[in-house]
Design a protein around this ligand. Structure first.
Ligand SMILES: C[S@@+](CC[C@H](N)C(=O)[O-])C[C@H]1O[C@@H](n2cnc3c(N)ncnc32)[C@H](O)[C@@H]1O
Length: 203
């Protein structure tokens, strides 16, 4: 794959471009295998985002000393990308097998990204929408992973999630209840990566 031709190719130096290119290549290989060996046998909530689109959103937000969190980090590609771009990057994933995959991927790509197995829902959180429809889509249950990360949700400057249909209001509620007022929430969807801050759509 020629990553030099990507729209992000000119925004990063050659060494970083090569590192990101090789991460994305392996990320897509892992996704293809997972899709074949896991998803086509049994349903699984992991579907990979368009990594290059997320990369472009992260490039625009790059700044020193920002802490990044991925909700539902799956194979870790996006958290590792954030780490390689200079964010202090963490991922939380409910499926422990995917957390192992993410740690292996980080090691092979020279990344210090940190992963915790468990839930991105803070302990005690309950989704209580005003319309009374408290379905949570495919968001699963498990022990909250924040104590294992060593940071509560309010410590993060950027939080990224890829909600399935109907899960977005809950993610917005979570950041409103537990996030810092300055935090940006990046939500991936069919229309691209939307960025929210303090309850408002920024871009
Ligand atoms: C749609 S996939 C997104 C994967 C990746 N973030 C991306 O954008 O390519 C959602 C992931 O969230 C995980 N997940 C679901 N509920 C979770 C929870 N409560 N805590 C942590 N991870 C969860 C699923 O196992 C799945 O890997």
């Amino acid at each position: 794959m020629n990553h030099g031709a990507s729209s992000w190719g000119t925004e990063v130096d050659a060494a970083l471009r090569a590192q990101l290119g090789s991460l994305l290549d392996e990320g897509w290989e892992i996704w293809d295998r997972f899709d074949c060996e896991v998803r086509q046998q049994n349903w699984h909530p992991f579907v990979a985002a368009d990594y290059e689109r997320v990369l472009e959103a992260l490039l625009a937000l790059r700044a020193p000393r920002l802490r990044f969190l991925e909700w539902g980090s799956a194979t870790g590609v996006i958290t590792i990308m954030a780490d390689l771009l200079g964010f202090e990057a963490y991922g939380i994933e409910l499926d422990p097998a995917l957390v192992d995959t993410a740690r292996g991927l980080a090691e092979r790509h020279g990344s210090g990204a940190r992963f915790a197995a468990g839930s991105f829902l803070p302990a005690g959180y309950e989704w209580r929408p005003s319309n009374g429809d408290d379905r949570r889509g495919t968001i699963g249950d498990g022990t909250s992973a924040y104590p294992g990360l060593g940071h509560p949700l309010e410590d993060f400057d950027l939080v990224y999630g890829y909600p399935w249909s109907g899960e977005q209001p809950m993610m917005l509620d979570l950041i409103r209840c537990y996030g810092s007022r300055e935090a940006r929430l990046l939500l991936n969807g069919s229309e691209g990566v939307r960025i929210y801050r303090n309850g408002r759509l920024e871009s």
